[in-house]
Write a protein that binds this ligand. Sequence first.
Ligand SMILES: Nc1ncnc2c1ncn2[C@@H]1O[C@H](COP(=O)(O)OP(=O)(O)OP(=O)(O)O)[C@@H](O)[C@H]1O
Length: 549
Amino acid sequence: MNRVGPQGWRLLLRLITPWRGSLALTLLLLLIQGTVTLLQPWLGGVLTDRLLLNQHLGLLLGLLFALICAQQGLSYVTALQLQKVSGRLQADAGAELYAHLQALPLEWHNARQRGDVLALLYVDIHRIGRYVTGTLLPLLPLLFTLVGALAMMLYLAPLIAVMVAVLMPLMFLALKLVGRKLRPLSHASAQAWAEQSALAEQNLESLALIKAFGTEAAERTNFRQRVDAVYAADLRLEKLQGAINPVVYMIGAGAILLLLGLGGHWVIRSEMRMGELVSVFLYGLVLVGPVGSLASVYGSTMAAMGSLQRLSDALDARPEVDIGRQQVVPVAGDIVYSQVDFTYPGREPLFRSLELTIRAGQTVALTGVNGAGKSTLVHLLLRLVEPQAGSVTIGGIDLREFQLQALRAQIGLVAQQVLLFNASVRDNIAYGRVDAAQEAIERAARAARAHDFICSLPDGYDTLVGDNGVRLSGGQKQRLALARALVKDPPILILDEATAMFDPEGELEFIEECRDVLASRTVILITHRPASLALADRIVRLDSGQVQG
Ligand SMILES: Nc1ncnc2c1ncn2[C@@H]1O[C@H](COP(=O)(O)OP(=O)(O)OP(=O)(O)O)[C@@H](O)[C@H]1O
């Protein structure tokens, strides 16, 4: 695993910069809390001396109680403040990451498991948030308490302070060695989680397939294995991480007891006052906390590094190139593919010097065997993929010169694989034009032969369609997708096997209705169906990466 480079730290800095005010306030609160903590052992020593001299303790006890109350109050306020900052930081970073993931090319997503990408949003962001507020921010107050306690010890019992100062680095060294082992374990745990959630997501989405093929038992075993892997990875991590604090406390307690023995010896020989010994003992106890926390700083830094690495890898990926300035797409111009080369990563070249001109206003039927590249051809037009060489132009202007959104606004796509949101029929149709009036939605639905079946649904246009339209039939989903494209009223319409699920009657009706809809725009019909082919002004066949006809 790579070490997190400067870009990882820069990312961390960028994430926390917007919250610098709140973080500074929390830091101040933590420092005040540290000061209050440091005052208590000193007061404990004074109390002891007074007690031994038979003096009244009333005022001092009151002061000690006030200090304890102040410390507890501060601890509540700082914990709340830390929680607030951590929550807001995670919300902001999560929203930024989501926007970035959405802007990344489809190619990036296609090369990854969905679970891995989700883990970025759910696990890694959370871990970074916790690291900032639980580890990084309290670092300075911890150091302050540590140095303060050591300084007070040095003042009260220099020899003991020197011995503590020598022991501490040894302890840190040992913990650093442990911390080094933590990082791969933490990475393995995140990975195991990602694999488990990826499988759960995939299987729950494919439940109909699993049931139809009777593979429930195999999938149960599969999932059980992933869950066990998560359990094992977390246990390995916890075994090491959880051991750090007890070990630190045991070593710390041993050292304090030793020093207490030594101090006791000095008290007996009247080389030290009882009050001083009590203060040194209490400072020793105060020290154990920061030493333990500082020790876990290394471990949690290592654990956070894994997340930071994954996040910075994702955030370093380049979003879709969108540097074109042109906002007006000359849709009255021809669409021209010129000398286009295209290859999917790790595949044989799909198009080599492909040439194709689609005249404005024409209806072109695109045919060819499975895998000939028909969908890819329209993905090039939408700039969902980019050619490695050559160009695609509209009205003589290279697609890269248009603003991405302006280009896509002119194109209506009914994809081969219909994607619907778990929302109402109305919202799904209006997705490309949220301001569409009911009248426009119904017009589009009628044109797509969808209105009648929508009216027969329990809540008509308000019926929820379920995850990816699971409560609709294949043909109904396709009609909704068609209505969604039509309501956008795009000058360029792409129908990728859009009538494949229609019954012959429905297809004929649709084609009849569509003559008007199609006549007014440039249409690319990907189809093998004779009825649809009859709609076309021209039939283009893709074969071996070239256009025939
Ligand atoms: N994301 C991808 N990564 C790698 N290869 C891909 C990807 N998408 C498609 N391909 C490959 O590119 C080729 C063309 O695919 P495309 O979907 O464009 O074909 P098509 O002509 O639309 O096929 P069909 O008629 O089956 O819908 C196929 O061989 C396919 O395996």
